[in-house]
Design a binder for this molecule. Structure first.
Ligand SMILES: OC[C@H]1O[C@H](O[C@H]2O[C@H](CO)[C@@H](O)[C@H](O)[C@H]2O)[C@H](O)[C@@H](O)[C@@H]1O
Length: 619
């Protein structure tokens, strides 16, 4: 069965995450951390690769589902001919100050009548490959308890109803729920050499999780008209944070395809400097400073001593070695290969210097305490950037074709220098101001001379190319040129003409279908949702507010019923594609909502209070 990506709900604890299908099946869960091998991999294969379904007997789909308030606690209501039950499922949050082993808790509550229920769990460790050894215990805490062990990992399962290990490798429970009754299930990961974990207290854990997420969401400072969408995006971004180190994963999944049935399947369970820097910029602009401070510490540890060795991504703990390999799973809707690890880790992507320094600078502007190591890091990164900015690179889209002089990369090199110039000019830090001012002017000249097509009045994807690229929409946001500049307006209009899908969303760049295009890959892909949100921002900046509003509303309409977005939208099949939920799409949503909430007073004339939106243009 083709299970749509948007049919999944996301729950997480800030160290790992699970995807729960609408039909009650947990089809993805990596333990103990985001980047560990999965124990439920049905998402990328079949039930035989691991899943855990709790649902009324004989009932395919629930009536409704939602998150409880501003939390990542999922509540699903099932209505049958004999009664109604609510299933509440969540992972107790593990913030840095209160670490703990990962746990998945599911509570079934009878709302009306009587409902026959079943639970079927198949744990298969190592991405659906390793069958665990299973043991049962005599109700040590009045709960049914089972243990599944494979090598270093143990998963303990506790429930208030009787369970049994079936010969087919599943652990099952058949039980009846009457109005007012509850049944509790908990799955707990533990190192296999350690003793049994204490019995879970599901109801206390639920109350604590509710208080944690509600408290976190209540600190948001956004007050525009899209509060629900913004808070949901922020809460999801927070849940994509690996709390103990401050890293942020790009998404909790691997290999959800950018084209169903295609080869564009990548592992996103790592900390990209680009994605994390923009996520943190988003947090800083909505009142969340603590997360930015923690990420800055992770960044300092990950980058280590020599900026020449900067990688564009690291593991959530800061490791550098992320070897890419293909694993033996059928793939989501037969989309193969399924990849683990990511070869993009070894790429040169010059834009990351700009994104990192921009976010560090925004931290400074929004009151994050001055950190001398972070300032030194910026200076060192800049010294290295000065050596490499003229080189061709792999660009923001991590293309696997030949390196090029991507215009976006050069613009972001300009951003890196510009933000340091601003910092030094403000008197808050020292540095070679005159030299940096000259360098900034040199990069600007280089881009305008080599990356702009005078005949078509548009910037191009790379020097000497006639292709377009949606990353050029960021030019006015960065402050590289003002939105009133005819080259900016020309570029926005060219992208609208040439990179729009028939339903009005934006592609990253042209792909070549059956031959390898600029990205070196076969096949096509969906509209990249972040680019469509950038179009919203660009339209606001050039004063086309109604159009921006309309596009934003259409984009909100692509979210699933829980407010979640994958990386891309397949306009042809009208479905979400790519890893899910993806930070890139969600932070772009938040930034577009902020832009809509503080539009320019007149076209191209940003307001002073837009400072927190544009560190570049508004001086
Ligand atoms: O499209 C080819 C590339 O796709 C992935 O990169 C994308 O995701 C990254 C994480 O969100 C993002 O930072 C990047 O801008 C996107 O292009 C994949 O990770 C690459 O390996 C792949 O070449």
């Amino acid at each position: 069965m083709d299970r749509r990506i948007e049919d999944y709900a996301f729950i997480g604890d800030m160290q790992t995450a699970a995807l729960v299908h609408r039909d009650g099946s947990v089809d993805w869960l990596c333990l103990p951390t985001f980047d560990s091998p999965s124990v439920f991999s049905g998402l990328l294969g079949t039930d035989a690769h691991g899943m855990w379904r709790i649902a009324p007997v004989g009932q395919a789909l629930p009536r409704s589902r939602r998150y409880r308030g501003d939390t990542v606690i999922l509540e699903t209501e099932w209505v049958t001919s004999t009664g109604t039950v609510r299933i509440t499922e969540f992972m107790p949050p593990r913030p840095a100050e209160a670490p703990g082993v990962p746990q998945l808790i599911r509570i079934v509550r009878g709302v009306r009548g009587t409902v026959e229920m079943s639970s079927t769990m198949r744990l298969v460790f190592g991405y659906g490959q390793v069958i665990p050894r299973r043991t049962r215990f005599q109700r040590p805490f009045g709960l049914a308890r089972g243990l599944a062990v494979a090598g270093p990992d143990a998963v303990w399962s506790d429930s208030s109803v009787e369970t049994f290990d079936a010969p087919d490798g599943t652990t099952r429970a058949d039980f009846t729920i009457r109005e007012g009754e509850t049944a509790e299930f908990a799955l707990t990961w533990q190192h296999s050499h350690l003793p049994a974990p204490p019995a879970p207290d599901p109801h206390q854990a639920l109350a604590d999780a509710d208080a944690y997420w509600t408290g976190w969401a209540s600190r948001c400072t956004y007050t525009g008209q899209h509060t629900e969408a913004v808070i949901r995006a922020l809460v999801t971004l927070k849940a994509l944070t690996y709390a103990s180190t401050g890293a942020v994963v790009a998404a909790p999944t691997t290999s959800l395809p950018e084209e169903v049935g295609g080869e564009r399947n990548w592992d996103y369970r790592f900390g990209w400097l680009r994605d994390a820097a923009i996520t943190l910029a988003c947090f800083l602009r909505t009142g969340y400073r603590e997360e930015a401070g923690a990420w800055r510490e992770w960044l300092l540890r990950a980058v280590a001593g020599d900026p020449q060795q900067l990688q564009i991504m690291y593991s959530i703990t800061g490791q550098r070695d992320l070897p890419e390999r293909e694993i033996d799973l059928p793939g989501y809707a037969d989309s193969r290969p399924v990849r683990v690890g990511n070869a993009a880790a070894g790429q040169l992507q010059i834009d990351v210097y700009g994104e990192v320094i921009d976010t560090l600078h925004l931290g400074h502007l929004t009151g994050l305490d001055f950190h001398d190591d972070a300032h030194q890091l910026q200076l060192e990164l800049l010294r290295h950037l000065e050596k490499v900015w003229r080189d061709p690179d792999d660009g923001i889209w991590e293309v696997r074709g030949p390196r090029r002089h991507f215009v976006h990369s050069k613009v972001m090199a300009w951003v890196a220098v510009d933000r340091l110039v601003q910092l030094i000019e403000s008197g808050d830090a020292a540095g070679p101001l005159e030299h940096l001012t000259d360098l900034r002017a040199e990069i600007h000249r280089d881009v305008c001379e080599n990356g702009y097509d005078t005949e078509r009045n548009t910037f191009t994807q790379s020097y000497g190319s006639s292709e377009l690229d949606a990353s050029l929409l960021l030019i006015p946001q960065t402050g590289f040129l003002p939105p009133t500049d005819k080259r900016v307006i020309g570029t926005i209009e060219a992208i609208q003409r040439e990179l729009s899908t028939e339903d009005g969303f934006v592609l990253r760049y042209p792909t070549a279908g059956s031959s390898a295009g600029v990205d070196g890959l076969l096949g096509d892909e969906g509209a990249f949702l972040a680019c469509s949100f950038w179009m919203v921002e660009a339209l606001v900046m050039i004063g086309r507010l109604d159009e921006a509003d309309r596009l934003f509303d259409k984009l909100l309409g692509l979210r699933n019923d829980l407010g979640l977005l994958a990386e891309e939208w397949d306009s042809h099949h009208q479905r979400q594609v790519g890893n899910f939920p993806q930070a890139f799409s969600l932070f772009a949503l938040v930034l577009a909502a902020l832009r809509l909430a503080a539009p320019p007073v007149a076209a191209g004339v940003p307001r002073d209070d837009a400072l927190v939106l544009d560190t570049g243009y508004v001086r």
